[in-house]
Design a protein around this ligand. Sequence first.
Ligand code: ATP
Length: 235
Amino acid sequence: MSDIMLEIQKLNKSYRRRKIIDNLNMTVYKGDIYGFLGANGEGKTTTIRMITSLIKADSGDIIINGKSIKNGKNEAIKNIGAMVEAPKFYENMSGYENLELMAKIMPGVSDLDIQNVLGLVGLKDRGRDKFKEYSMGMKQRLGIANALLGDPKLIILDEPSNGLDPYGMKEINNLVVSLAKRCDKTFIISSHLLHEMEGICNRIGILHSGKLCIEGEVRALINDNKVENLEELFF
Ligand code: ATP
């Protein structure tokens, strides 16, 4: 069995003749916490939207746990749970009710599963509170709980610490590390903050001009002084 969870091959995407993603190749291994980095506007969300099949690529392939989205989109994306941009929940419903609504379109997700994911993100005792009463960090954690529903193998979080203060950021990052360990998941986390990702990811890829200008083990990149030289890409 392959140890690759996600493979992106020669992916391309343009908007109104402007090339956003340009022959992108990317490899995420099973068990990785993979930091998908890049400055604002480099195309991280666009890539994630293609991986999750929210939009179509112009060309190229995306293979998730051995299954190409070209030859069976539904089969491939059932391996993914994602939080893309700010999660959209109903303000006047509780966290539990919001997840219950999401679960309606997912076969086989039970009440116990919902309780379980709420527990995993530390919202067990707040599940019955209305979403509008949640702090920003709790809202993000509910988004992560939603991504965990259905027990997918690959969890993709698009800028999960966006809008959070340093304490909230740390809380979300600690949660990702503990979920990866406890639940045997592979994570892709997008961010424009290189130093934030260095601390929690084992591998990173940096998106620049539509491709990864660097991809590899964080430790090896730091040892080779490759990361420091890339700081300028983020401004
Ligand atoms: P950020 O961190 O700011 O969200 P990002 O790396 O996720 O940045 P994207 O949101 O993928 O970047 O956007 C990449 C580029 O594509 C931007 O210039 C954006 O304006 C453009 N873009 C994204 N979606 C569309 C669209 N639907 N139509 C036209 N241009 C788009």
